[in-house]
Design a protein around this ligand. Structure first.
Ligand SMILES: Cc1cc2nc3c(=O)[nH]c(=O)nc-3n(C[C@H](O)[C@H](O)[C@H](O)COP(=O)(O)OP(=O)(O)OC[C@H]3O[C@@H](n4cnc5c(N)ncnc54)[C@H](O)[C@@H]3O)c2cc1C
Length: 397
């Protein structure tokens, strides 16, 4: 096993790290405050700078403005970007656009790519992925899907109700999963729906435990007789569940990459406090219970790195089907590791940790979603247990 990076990737990693340290982190607060007023001045300035330095969508093909680095390249660079909650957006590598771009790239026709993928790659438009519905519709179990697309003449009419369509309020385009038949495997289809299509109703952006930030605003949408043509079908009719899976496996892994970056930054921020704060005659760093806390979290981040890199390597080789169970393991491990690191960072900083003078509590509130979004912990554990029982998991790879 060779863990060394190519010269190109090592150079890019250093460039992204320096960019995040010198430009993103110092402007983090400005971007967040502007975002509350729905302004993006600082963000756009940094996006231009990232473009001019050749760090824009680096995983995407050169023809789309990237560097064609693939999944392993993503793994290295997205961790660096994830060290700031606004980092990925600066490089146009944030969810949900990044996963939607990948899906359009994989399954879109030339015309669909020209109309929707190019503006997403240039960040002149944003997107949302609409699968989840309020109960009793699609949730942890996507086969509960209720939103329906019915054949009408040479097109389709869509009726349904979605929520947790992240970024759906401001998006230019929605990738929507709708039921097109009652076939258990081939009963769903992905439609590309312009957000301004007649009948798309933005009910509200609803408040959650986490803070709204950039595209991370949760939308509730209604689809009331929305008419689209055959050119709105992504892939084939009946491909919906397969495409949703094809999007979600790498998309949840890219979440892991970004979460690892934030976990690493949070744990690094503990160093200074532990090294300088004195209690009971010695610095906190000399107290064994805190040493154990540090070690446990360092171990969790490192093992998360290895799990994520292993799964990224499988995806890069084209083993998407076999990678699924490893992506479930990585997703649960890293989501829980991030929550634990942030909870422990609050603990290690005492009252300061609980205050808003440091960002841990804000980050924790957003991070808690990691154990629910893109499939809750229990569903991923169910997949791991099932595949293990079927002898499909090689734990000694
Ligand atoms: C911040 C955030 C962003 C999101 N963004 C998007 C998005 O952009 N697009 C989108 O389509 N969706 C999005 N989601 C929705 C997300 O994918 C769903 O919330 C998730 O799949 C769970 O579905 P549900 O909320 O309906 O939970 P339910 O299906 O109601 O499940 C509730 C709970 O039951 C338990 N459970 C479920 N199944 C099992 C099982 N088999 N065994 C044991 N326990 C089980 C779990 O603990 C689960 O949390 C987002 C969610 C969050 C929190």
């Amino acid at each position: 096993m060779d863990f060394s990076l190519s010269d190109e990737l090592a150079t890019l990693r250093a460039a992204v790290r320096t960019f995040v340290d010198e430009h993103v982190i110092p402007n983090e607060q400005a971007i967040i405050l502007e975002d509350r007023e729905r302004r993006t001045d600082t963000l756009q300035k940094l996006q231009q700078k990232a473009k001019s330095e050749g760090l824009w969508v680096p995983h995407l093909p050169v023809a789309l403005g990237g560097r064609g680095l693939g999944v392993m390249g993503m793994c290295v660079l997205f961790r660096e970007m994830g060290r700031s909650p606004v980092g990925a957006k600066v490089f146009n590598c944030d969810a949900p656009d990044q996963g939607n771009m990948d899906l359009l790239l994989m399954a879109g026709s030339d015309a669909q790519k020209a109309r929707w993928l190019e503006p997403l790659c240039n960040a002149t438009m944003t997107s949302a992925f609409c699968l989840t519905e309020p109960a009793p519709g699609a949730g942890a179990d996507p086969t509960n899907l209720r939103t329906r697309a019915t054949r009408d003449g040479d097109g389709w009419v869509i009726d349904g109700h979605k929520w947790y369509s992240t970024g759906g309020g401001a998006a230019g385009v929605l990738l929507l999963v709708a039921r097109t038949s009652d076939d258990p495997k081939e009963g769903a289809t992905v439609f590309i729906v312009p957000r301004d299509a007649k009948g798309v109703v933005h009910v509200r952006d609803f408040a959650t435990m986490g803070e709204e930030l950039l595209q991370h605003r949760e939308a509730e949408l209604r689809f009331e007789g929305v008419r689209v043509g055959d050119d709105a079908v992504l892939g084939r009719v009946g491909d919906g569940f397969r495409l949703a899976q094809a999007r979600l496996v790498p998309a949840r892994l890219t979440h892991c990459m970004r979460w690892l970056g934030l976990a690493d930054r949070a744990l690094s921020m503990c160093r200074e406090y532990l090294a300088t704060r004195v209690a009971f005659g010695k610095t906190l760093a000399h107290h064994q219970m805190l040493q154990r806390m540090l070690a446990e979290n360092a171990r969790a981040i490192h093992s998360g790195n290895l799990m994520t890199a292993h799964c990224a390597w499988m995806l890069e080789k084209g083993d998407a089907k076999a990678a699924r169970v490893y992506s479930s393991m990585a997703k649960n491990h890293v989501a829980q590791a991030l929550c634990k690191v942030l909870d422990d960072a609050i603990q290690m900083h005492g009252g300061l940790g609980y205050s808003q003078d440091v960002p841990f509590s804000t980050w924790y509130r957003s991070a808690r979603a990691a154990r629910i979004a893109d499939g809750p912990d229990e569903v991923h554990d169910m997949v791991v247990a099932r595949d293990f029982m079927m002898g499909r998991v090689d734990l000694l790879v």
